[in-house]
Ligand binder design. Structure first.
Ligand SMILES: [Cu+2]
Length: 308
């Protein structure tokens, strides 16, 4: 979980470069600081002491302190370019993304174009495969960042960027938006689960299913409300008329671990609290408070929970 722990070949290369530059910088810092302290002490004002020897125009010194930093910088530049080449090779000419990630104020849209799966805020991938991510922004600048796995990628409206992503070990990895994007920037969290390949296939197959719409009870009443109470203008649920992409896809909401981009764990109580008063929980969120009655909240939540 510690952000300096690496969990992908790409982040290992980044960490190695970071450590190398940090060591060089610390050594230079120590040498310069000791030099400054020593001269300040050695040449401090003392009565009767003559002016120290002046070194203006000393050719060997001037060549030395130009050449040494130049060589250090060339070394760092060569290592940096080599690391960039390993971490971030150019995408193929006609790229087919495995995932499309779009930053929204304040949540992440996650699409698996080949499987036709849409989800939000929680990425699932198989281990040991190099995936190509297409990175987009819907509204303002965001930045896609999974510290243990890959470099940061600025998300810029109207510009497509590409990122290679690969994870060695199954597990859950945290990420966040790394570019200030408005009031709830801090609650734009990301969660990546890396599965063994067969487990991943199960997850993907499940997500690709269109759930049956309920026909009785609270759940059916909730389905009706979902179409009537403007939810449908912003949210998609597969198998219904709702196909909007203003807010997160809710088809398989019940399978997600969190709500509202990491703000809440996905429990029945939290789902109801969110529908009742999204702005109390996430001030400024673009999900409107629709002043639902407790009965309506209950029906909508039951509906969303019955869609597996
Ligand atoms: Cu953001």
């Amino acid at each position: 979980m510690f952000p300096f722990d690496t969990a992908s070949p790409q982040s290992a290369v980044i960490a190695e470069l970071f450590n190398l530059i940090a060591v060089i910088a610390v050594v230079i810092f120590i040498i310069v600081t000791l030099g400054v302290l020593w001269s300040a002490w050695r040449y401090r004002h003392q009565d009767g002491q003559p002016e120290p020897r002046q070194i203006k125009g000393n050719l060997p010194l001037e060549i030395g302190w130009t050449l040494i930093p130049l060589l250090i910088l060339i070394f760092v530049a060569v290592r940096t370019v080599a690391a960039m080449d390993l971490v971030d090779p150019a995408p193929p000419v006609d790229p087919t993304p495995d995932l499309i990630i779009t930053g929204h104020q304040w949540w992440w849209e996650i699409e698996y174009p080949q499987a036709g799966v849409m989800t939000a805020n929680e990425i699932h991938i198989p281990t040991g495969q190099r995936l190509l991510l297409q990175i987009e922004a819907a509204d303002v600048l965001h930045s896609f960042w999974l510290p243990q796995l890959a470099r940061k990628v600025d998300m810029i409206p109207g510009q497509t960027r590409w990122l290679w992503l690969e994870v060695d070990e199954p597990g859950v990895y945290s990420g966040a938006c790394a570019e200030f994007c408005g009031a709830q920037h801090a609650w734009m969290r990301l969660r990546l689960t890396a599965h063994a390949p067969d487990e991943y296939e199960q997850w993907l197959t499940q997500q690709a299913q269109t759930p049956a719409q309920p026909t009785t009870g609270d759940a059916a009443a909730g389905a009706q409300l979902f179409q009537e109470r403007t939810c449908v203008n912003c949210h998609a649920i597969a198998g219904t008329a709702g196909q909007a992409r203003v807010g997160p896809d809710l088809t398989h909401l019940a399978t997600r671990a969190t709500l509202a981009a990491g703000l809440l764990t996905n429990t029945p109580e939290n789902l109801r609290a969110w529908l009742k008063a999204p702005h109390t929980l996430k001030p400024g969120t673009l999900m409107p408070d629709l002043h639902l009655t407790d009965a309506e909240v209950e029906q909508l939540a039951t509906y969303l929970e019955t869609l597996p």
